[in-house]
Design a protein around this ligand. Structure first.
Ligand code: LLP
Length: 418
């Protein structure tokens, strides 16, 4: 069941037409389907039924409070990478015993906040971080539960910017050196070693790299037992890909089956950190055509959303399908859908076949729920767009469009310039 679909010629999100919503909200805006978010979470989470597990939604993919609330009500935990994400997760009602904290650059201040909030675990990414965490835990009289994030050096076959588990990447501790890190951790008085964590990359569309990584992690688990470390949690990160265009990623059931088979008989809690697979196809970006123009060999459609609203096409050359909000059945034309930003790289779709959009037409940029709003900026002093959630016939603004006052909030002109 798809919750973004055409009823005759009109694009709908659940029971509401996107054109109607655009009239109410103005453009550009992100639009999320409640039913899709809930279904995606349930399908993913249920795929691991019978296995002791915890699904921690990766906040970096989308950290809107309303979206987190939907997931929290479904029983999700949170994968966070900053104090800000911790703040959001707690505000949305995700309990601290379901929060795991990754990231190569955790600040002492954020560590202290997380310790005081009693989060489930830190995924520690270096020996230095381990010492810092131990020191802070000691100062405030606590013990920090940790997993060491290991980098298993497998090729995830995805965009180089989102590869994280190779020996070229800054993430984690190389699995081959990780026994040393564990030995250090074991000696530190305010560190409680609880797990292994591993995330090899994002938007993976094949199962093999996952299996290869998990095998290596399992081997390490055996080694750790030998040195007397009883690992209670295996965090396997996120990374399961979605269909943007013609990719054919494994279904969560297939993914879960492969993990189960590789894990075999083992007594630990499996933690998963999915982001994109939950929220990517649960959201779209709705924009309106401002102008059309042509050069000698290119046709441009200029819309009111730009790279500040959705940076993925610019940053990774990623593909997002472009669909009309109202179908016209006219012949498709090759065009570039560009934004208003003063950068040549400001495009949402490049040299693509698309309907012959005219000024005033509404355009839907599909699969924009993950790493869309969460990577949006104010570049060119553009207020960030509104976010809306639809649930059946209901809709609600879940983030107001920013105002010009929001743009300058916190800025000040110093006395010496008055
Ligand atoms: N866990 C860790 C430790 C991660 O680093 C990430 C993503 C996730 C979980 C969630 O991965 P997912 O399930 O969403 O693939 N901005 C890029 C993606 C960057 C992903 C960074 N880490 C994009 O727009 O494609």
């Amino acid at each position: 069941m798809h919750h973004f679909f055409y009823k005759e010629d009109d694009l709908y999100c659940e029971d509401l037409s996107v054109a109607y919503l655009a009239e109410q909200i103005g453009t550009p805006f992100y639009l999320y389907s409640y039913a899709t978010i809930k279904r995606h979470f349930q399908v993913f989470n249920n795929a691991f039924k019978g296995l002791d597990h915890l699904t921690c939604f990766s906040l970096k993919s989308n950290s809107n409070l309303a979206i987190l609330r939907v997931l929290s009500l479904e029983g999700a935990g949170a994968d966070i990478v900053s104090g800000g994400e911790l703040f959001r997760a707690l505000k949305a009602g995700i309990t601290s015993d379901k929060i795991v904290y990754s990231g190569v650059g955790k600040t002492p201040k954020d560590m202290e906040l997380a310790l005081k909030s009693d989060i489930l675990m830190f995924n520690v990414e270096s020996d230095q971080e381990l010492h810092t965490l131990n020191g802070i835990a000691k100062d405030i009289g606590r013990k920090a539960s940790i997993a060491v994030r290991v980098s298993p050096d497998v090729e995830p076959k995805t965009h180089p910017y989102i590869v994280t588990g190779s020996s070229e990447s800054k993430f984690g501790v190389q699995i081959t050196n990780s026994l040393n890190t564990y030995a250090v951790a074991k000696r530190l008085k305010n560190i409680d070693v609880k797990g292994i964590s591993c995330h090899i990359g994002s938007q993976l569309t094949e199962i093999d790299p996952f299996v290869e990584a998990l095998r290596k992690v399992k081997e390490l688990l055996g080694e750790l037992k030998k040195i007397g470390l009883d690992i209670k949690f295996l965090n396997f990160g996120g990374g399961l890909g979605i269909t943007y265009n013609d990719e054919n990623p494994p279904h969560p059931l297939e993914y879960a089956r492969a993990l189960r088979e590789t894990i075999g008989e083992n007594k630990f809690t499996l933690i998963l950190e999915p982001g994109r697979v939950i929220i990517g196809n649960a959201g779209i970006l709705v924009t309106r055509v401002l102008y059309t123009k042509s050069t000698a060999n290119k046709r441009f459609i200029i819309v009111d959303a730009g790279m500040n609203d959705l940076i993925r096409p610019t940053l990774y050359n990623s593909f997002h399908a472009v669909q009309p909000v109202t179908m016209t059945h006219s012949k498709m034309l090759t065009a570039t859908l560009a934004g208003p930003i003063c950068e040549t790289g400001d495009f949402l779709a490049k040299d693509r076949k698309m309907p012959p959009f005219k000024p005033g037409d509404l355009v839907a940029i599909m699969s924009a729920g993950a790493y869309g709003f969460s990577m949006a900026s104010n570049y060119n002093s553009r207020p960030r767009p509104a976010e809306v959630m639809v649930k059946g016939k209901l809709f609600s603004l879940i983030r107001a469009r920013e105002t010009y006052d929001d743009l300058i909030s916190g800025e000040m002109i110093p006395k010496f310039l008055e």
